[in-house]
Design a protein around this ligand. Structure first.
Ligand SMILES: Cc1cc2nc3c(=O)[nH]c(=O)nc-3n(C[C@H](O)[C@H](O)[C@H](O)COP(=O)(O)OP(=O)(O)OC[C@H]3O[C@@H](n4cnc5c(N)ncnc54)[C@H](O)[C@@H]3O)c2cc1C
Length: 393
C-alpha cells in the first residue's frame, strides 16, 4: 500500500471480469485499491447447469489470469480447449480454416463460463484480504482535484483516490462523470446466446458462418455440447427468442448444416444488444477507462473481454513501473497506457465492423469478393499465422 491519509492509490468502479482482474493485478503490484460495484461481493457457487454467458479466452489472457492465481481455480472439467476453427462465408468457396497444430500452438483459445471466471477472480481477491471491497454500492458523484479524486457513493461514503478507473461496462458512469465522449453506433442487432447438447462430437473445433441473416458461431463446450452466439437483426432475434426449445434447436441445426448433428437446448436463449463504441480518450486527469467502458466491439471475433484483459495487463504494467513517489493519477503516466492500447483497440473495432458490414451487404459483387477473399487468405499460411497470433495474444 502506498497512498497515505486514507487516500487509495486507485479506486476501480465496476467489478466485472475486467475490473476484478485489474483490482487483483494492482494489489499484486503493491497498490492500495478500492473496488466498487452495485452487485453483492459474493456470487452464488457455479451450479451444475451451464451458464449462458460463455467466453472464448485467448491463451495469452489465460496465462495472465494464471499469473494472478485465477486460472487454476477453474474446474478443468468445465473448460474446453479450441484446437481448430472453421469460418464459412455465404458461398461454398468462402472458407477459412485455422488449426492450432499448424500454427505451432497448443490451442487457439479456451472456452469458459463467465460466472465461473468471475467467481474465481472474486475468490482470489478475497484471499488477498488486501483489496477494499465496496459493494453493493452505487457511485453518485466524482470530483477531480489537483492532488486527488473524490468519489462519493449514493449513501454518502467518500472514497478519495489518486486515480479512478472506470471498468463499469459499455454504459460507463465514470466515462460520463469524467466528461469523456463516446461515439456509439447501434448495430440494431442482438447477439442471441444458448447452449446445446449435440449428437456428434465437435472434436475441439469452433465453427462460424457468415450468413445472409447474420453471423452464427458454435463454440465447443466440454463433452458433446456447444455454445451458440447468433448475431442477427432485432426482428430476427425476437423470432428466435420466441421459439420453443425444439424449434430453436432445429433452426440452429439447419443454419449450421448439421455439422454437430441434432441439437437439444440446454439453457434458455437470451439476447444482448450489439453496439460499436469509439471512446475519444481512454484517460483524463486522474481518470482511466478499461474494458467495455473503453471500447465496445461486435462479438463476432470473441474479442471484447480479451481486449479488456489486455487493457488490464498494460495499465497494471504502466502503474507498477511508475517512478518512485510518482502519483498513480499522473496524466503523463496515464497517456502512456492510452498510447500503448490505441492500435489493438482500433484494429479490433475496425476489423469486426468491416467484417460485419461486408457480410451484411446484400450484393452479388460483394458476395463474390468476400468469399474469394476468404479462399485466398485460406491459401496463405503466413497471413493465417499472423491472424492467429494476434487473436491468441
Ligand atoms: C453475445 C456476446 C458474446 C460475447 N462473447 C465474447 C467472447 O467470447 N470473448 C470475449 O472476449 N468477449 C465476448 N463478448 C464481450 C464481453 O461480454 C464484454 O467485452 C465483457 O463482458 C466486458 O467486461 P467488462 O468487465 O468491461 O464489463 P461488464 O461485463 O459490463 O461489467 C461491468 C461491471 O460494472 C458494474 N457497474 C455498472 N455500472 C456501475 C456503476 N455505475 N458503478 C459501479 N459499478 C457499475 C456492473 O455491475 C459490472 O459488474 C461477448 C459479448 C456479447 C454481447
Amino acid at each position: 500500500m502506498t497512498a497515505g491519509h486514507g487516500c487509495h492509490d486507485v479506486a476501480i468502479v465496476g467489478g466485472g471480469l475486467v475490473g476484478a482482474s485489474l483490482a487483483l493485478a494492482l494489489q499484486r503490484a503493491g497498490l492500495y485499491v478500492a473496488l466498487i460495484d452495485p452487485q453483492a461481493p459474493q456470487i452464488p457457487p457455479v451450479a451444475d447447469a451451464w451458464g449462458s454467458r460463455i467466453y472464448a479466452i485467448s491463451p495469452g489472457n489465460a496465462d495472465f489470469l494464471e499469473s494472478l492465481g485465477v486460472w487454476s481455480r477453474l474446474n478443468a472439467q468445465r473448460v474446453q480447449r479450441v484446437e481448430a476453427m472453421a469460418i464459412c462465408g455465404d458461398a461454398p468457396a468462402g472458407r477459412l480454416e485455422f488449426s492450432a497444430y499448424e500454427a505451432g500452438l497448443r490451442e487457439l483459445a479456451y472456452i469458459v463460463e463467465g460466472s465461473a471466471l468471475l467467481q474465481a477472480l472474486r475468490a482470489a481477491i478475497a484471499d488477498t484480504g488486501q483489496v477494499r471491497i465496496v459493494c453493493p454500492a452505487q457511485a453518485a458523484s466524482l470530483q477531480v482535484e489537483a492532488d486527488s479524486a473524490q468519489l462519493t457513493l449514493a449513501d454518502g461514503t467518500r472514497i478519495p483516490a489518486q486515480l479512478v478507473i472506470g471498468t463499469d461496462g459499455g454504459d460507463s458512469w465514470v466515462r460520463r462523470a469524467a466528461g469523456i465522449t463516446a461515439r456509439v453506433s447501434d448495430y440494431r442487432q442482438l447477439g442471441v446466446v444458448a447452449n446445446f447438447e449435440t449428437e456428434k462430437n465437435h472434436g475441439g473445433s469452433a465453427f462460424q458462418w457468415f450468413r445472409a441473416d447474420g453471423v452464427l458461431a458454435l463454440l465447443p463446450l466440454p463433452g458433446k455440447r456447444v455454445s451458440m452466439v447468433w448475431s442477427v437483426t432485432e426482428d430476427h432475434a425476437r423470432t428466435l427468442l420466441a421459439m420453443d426449445a425444439q424449434a430453436l434447436a432445429d433452426a440452429v441445426g439447419a443454419a449450421s448444416g448439421g455439422v454437430v448433428g441434432g441439437l437439444r437446448l440446454m439453457t434458455p436463449a437470451a439476447g444482448f444488444p450489439l453496439r460499436l463504441a469509439h471512446i475519444d480518450n481512454l484517460v483524463a486527469p486522474r481518470i482511466a477507462l478499461a474494458g467495455d467502458a473503453a471500447h465496445h466491439v461486435h462479438p463476432l471475433a470473441g474479442q471484447g473481454v480479451n481486449l479488456g484483459f489486455r487493457d488490464v495487463r498494460e495499465l497494471a504494467a504502466v502503474l507498477a513501473g511508475r517512478a518512485p513517489l510518482q502519483d498513480c493519477g499522473d496524466l503523463s503516466l496515464l497517456r502512456r497506457y492510452a498510447r500503448a492500447r490505441r492500435e489493438d483497440i482500433a484494429t479490433m473495432a475496425l476489423g469486426t465492423d468491416v467484417l460485419q458490414k461486408l457480410f451484411a451487404a446484400q450484393s452479388v459483387w460483394l458476395s463474390g469478393a468476400r468469399n474469394s477473399g476468404m479462399a485466398v487468405v485460406n491459401r496463405l499460411p503466413f497471413l493465417k499465422n499472423l491472424l492467429i497470433r494476434h487473436a491468441a495474444a
